[in-house]
Design a protein around this ligand. Structure first.
Ligand code: ACO
Length: 342
């Protein structure tokens, strides 16, 4: 790709629903304990969207915060990308709904959703980076937003303890020529051999239990049940995540001719503290240089990286000039990284 511009994150934002669900709350619902959840995952509590709060609402709050931090108006935004596994509707895209809620539709730039489960934000950042790099967009809004708790089976202790709701967003703009700051590279991977290890098996076109094909002649089609719940073979996902992320961080540094010791911050996907620690160990980084939110947010899927990023930018840990490595791993499997000179 011929790169005209380097893209820089000029503003970050996030949003968490108010309601907290602690491990003790969950231990009243399924056979688990605070101790098991904390020691196996690092999660202490997670947030739950209110009954009338949709993914697009979470996304819009986070986007407004990011736009305010970047000092851009809705009219300037010429690309809206929403990474989500839990869209408001099957269609239109959550990005279109967010575009309307923000007033960014006035610019009539493209808006679309991107689905790569927990790697969704990194995937979307990479896509937006390429829009900016080629000059196709001048002000991109990249959002990771989930109401993941709505696709959990609250009787399944293997999964319901892990996830939470939230949203994070960034604004991407072209950096003046010669600047050292911005996205240095992104690296995306997928391996569809593993689609069955982590999934919500019910969808639209694979929902064969009802619908017009199943109806007897002359009968109306029975209603289809669209929604299913998250199923995960956690242990196998765990092993693949550790291996995939380990290789990915090496690949990212090598592509830029940089050393592990050059990194200032690791902003990892917040799935499990043990996975985060293993990636940090591979990078020879102490936990004081790793942004951790899994204890308070749980795994918010596509929202987890931008939520963690926003926290560390706003509390002043990440400073201009710092080298920041973001990474994520999720269903598909998909995995990806972004290396940024802040
Ligand atoms: N409370 C108590 N016991 C539990 C619970 C629970 N909440 N959940 C499972 N157990 C039990 C199991 O039933 C099992 O019992 P058994 O030995 O009697 O059969 C035992 O604990 C061990 O189960 P494992 O699955 O082997 O536990 P593990 O140490 O692997 O931890 C976990 C499970 C936390 C899910 C871990 O495997 C993990 O984090 N996996 C990766 C998740 C991930 O990275 N996802 C990526 C992205 S998510 C996305 O893309 C949407």
């Amino acid at each position: 790709m011929r790169r005209l511009n380097r893209a820089r994150i000029t503003g970050t934002g996030s949003y968490l629903p108010e309601r907290r669900l602690t491990n003790d709350d969950i231990s009243k619902m399924v056979d688990t304990t605070d101790e098991w959840i904390r020691t196996r995952t690092g999660v202490c509590e997670r947030r739950l969207a209110a009954e009338d709060e949709l993914t697009s609402d979470l996304a819009t709050h986070a986007a407004r915060n990011a736009m305010e931090a970047a000092g851009v108006t809705a009219q300037q935004v010429d690309l809206v990308l929403v990474a989500t596994t839990t869209p408001d509707m099957i269609f239109p895209s959550t990005a279109s709904i967010v575009q309307k809620k923000l007033g960014a539709n006035l610019s009539q730039g493209p808006a679309f959703d991107l689905q790569a489960v927990c790697s969704g934000f990194i995937y979307a950042l990479s896509v937006a980076d390429q829009f900016i790099a080629t000059g196709a967009a001048k002000c991109a809004l990249v959002i990771g937003a989930e109401t993941f708790t709505r696709i959990l089976d609250w009787t399944d202790r293997n999964t319901c303890v892990l996830f939470g709701d939230g949203a994070g967003a960034v604004v991407l703009q072209p950096e003046p020529e010669g600047s050292e700051r911005g996205i240095l590279s992104t690296h995306l991977h997928a391996d569809g051999d593993y689609v069955d290890l982590l999934k919500v098996p019910t969808g639209v076109s694979n929902n064969l239990k009802g619908g017009v094909n199943a109806a007897q002649a002359g009968e109306p089609p029975p209603p289809r049940q669209i929604l299913g719940y998250t199923e995960m073979r956690g242990n196998e996902v765990f092993k693949k995540a550790v291996m995939g992320l380990g290789q990915l961080v090496d690949e990212t540094l090598a592509a830029n001719g940089l050393e592990k010791s050059d990194l200032d911050w690791l902003v990892p996907h917040q799935a499990n503290m043990r996975i985060i620690k293993s990636t940090a160990k591979r990078l020879k980084m102490g936990l004081e240089n790793v942004v951790v939110t899994v204890d308070r947010h749980g795994n918010t899927s596509a929202a987890s990286v931008p939520l963690a990023l926003d926290e560390a930018v706003r509390d002043g840990r990440i400073q201009p000039g710092h080298l920041v490595l973001m990474e994520a791993f999720g269903g598909g499997f998909t995995w990806g990284s972004a290396l940024v000179r802040w």
